[in-house]
Design a protein around this ligand. Structure first.
Ligand code: NAD
Ligand code: ZN
Length: 364
């Protein structure tokens, strides 16, 4: 097919306090006794509150055999973690009515993947790639508590597997429902909010500067960029309006890359994450700091935002690595062909040589 015909999220609810409608939203999707499974970011395990001051965990509309499972997101999602969760649920319940992921991008991705692995045979590692998933998963809902990744709208779930870090990209991956309630992001620490928010900013720069750009991507990308600037450049003090705006920036940024691709920062950061376990948001920031040759205006603005928001970006994280380790990162990174092609065009392999990429990694 010449034009990509992509599947989008089924239903979207947006607004402060919209989380309170969750019970009503889920009701028509309950299948007899089969429970709803709430996969909740472990940040909320000890009663952490959201913007309305109440512990999130007390606001989950549990019924019948419904279950809360806390997602350990100390490390980003792994295929082994997904397989284990899906097996646990199949052993305990046979089938479930749905999976509701509540948390940052890692928890959101886990929820998508576990939903798919409730119905697809084998291991989630078998489905890392493009359009390998064959069956719809169980009903799934995404409820972000951090804004920026766009994972709430994307058709992928990024997993680290035995041989690679790659998403389960498929038409079955997008959520059936998302609940965008900016109140849930209110208590995020400033550094984390910035790193995840910059994921959105970087998605926009990579999409808008990329060769895959069309008017669809451009329209969403420009809006997301404008919202990022409003919160990270124009605002002196973080407030509720910033949470509202950043949540919509994440949504629009995700829509922008749905029809284009990310670029150099992501391709390089995937290598860091694979070898060193560097988290997505901070990894992108570490790389972006050194990408003047590729995105001069975006990097200058990025540096201004870092300074203005008083954020620490680590340096020297590749110091002392062996040749073999550099090679591993280079292999992972160069394996992200669509990202490089979007960033540098059809001849990207002539432009981004192994030597050039090694020199870039050495700077980080
Ligand atoms: P995250 O989900 O990894 O969470 C980062 C930290 O913040 C964790 O310790 C978490 O417990 C904590 N946290 C979550 N909500 C919080 C809140 N409200 N207040 C305080 N702390 C909170 O961070 P992220 O940046 O949202 O997500 C990164 C993940 O998203 C990566 O795994 C990445 O691969 C994935 N991702 C997926 C897509 C996609 O399209 N599927 C796109 C981009 C990134
Ligand atoms: Zn990203």
């Amino acid at each position: 097919m010449k034009f990509r015909n992509f599947k989008m999220v089924g239903f979207v609810i947006y607004g402060r306090g919209s989380f309170n409608q969750l019970d009503e939203i889920l009701a028509p999707h309950r299948k007899g006794e089969a429970p709803m499974i709430f996969l909740v970011d472990h940040f909320f395990e000890n009663g952490a509150a959201t913007g309305d001051g109440k512990p999130l965990i007390n606001r989950i509309p549990l019924r019948g055999k419904d279950k809360v499972i806390f997602a350990d997101v100390t490390y980003e999602p792994k295929t082994t973690q997904v397989d284990k969760l899906a097996k646990q649920l199949k052993d305990e319940f046979g089938t479930v009515s749905g999976i509701i992921g509540i948390g940052g991008g890692s928890t959101i991705d886990l929820a998508k993947a576990v939903s798919l692995m409730m119905t697809n045979p084998g291991s989630s590692a078998d489905y890392q790639g493009w359009d390998l998933v064959k069956l719809p998963g169980v009903y799934k809902v995404g409820i972000p508590t951090l804004s920026g990744t766009g994972a709430e709208v994307s058709r992928t779930t990024v997993l680290t597997g035995p041989t690679r870090k790659l998403g389960m990209n498929s038409d079955f991956t997008p959520f059936d429902q998302i609940v965008l309630d900016p109140e849930l992001t209110a208590n995020a620490p400033a550094n984390q909010r910035f790193y995840t928010g910059m994921d959105c900013y970087i998605h926009c720069i990579e999409s808008l500067e990329g060769t895959y750009l069309n008017e669809f991507s451009k329209s969403y990308g420009e809006k997301a960029l404008e919202l990022c600037r409003e919160v990270f450049v124009n605002k002196k003090q973080w407030d509720a309006e910033c949470d509202d705006k950043l949540m919509m920036a994440s949504y629009a940024g995700g829509m922008s890359i749905a029809y284009s691709q990310v670029g150099v920062a992501h391709a390089v950061s995937y290598g860091l994450s694979y070898l060193l376990g560097t988290k997505h948001g901070i990894g992108n920031c570490i790389v972006m700091n050194h990408l003047e040759p590729y995105y001069p205006a975006g990097v200058a603005e990025f540096k201004k935002m870092v300074e203005q928001n008083n954020i620490d970006i680590p340096v020297g994280i590749c110091k002392g690595l062996t040749d073999e380790q550099f090679d591993t990162m280079i292999n992972v990174s160069l394996g992200m062909k669509p990202l490089w092609e979007n960033a540098l065009g059809k001849d990207w392999e002539k432009i981004m040589t192994r030597e050039k990429l090694r020199a870039l990694y050495e700077k980080l």
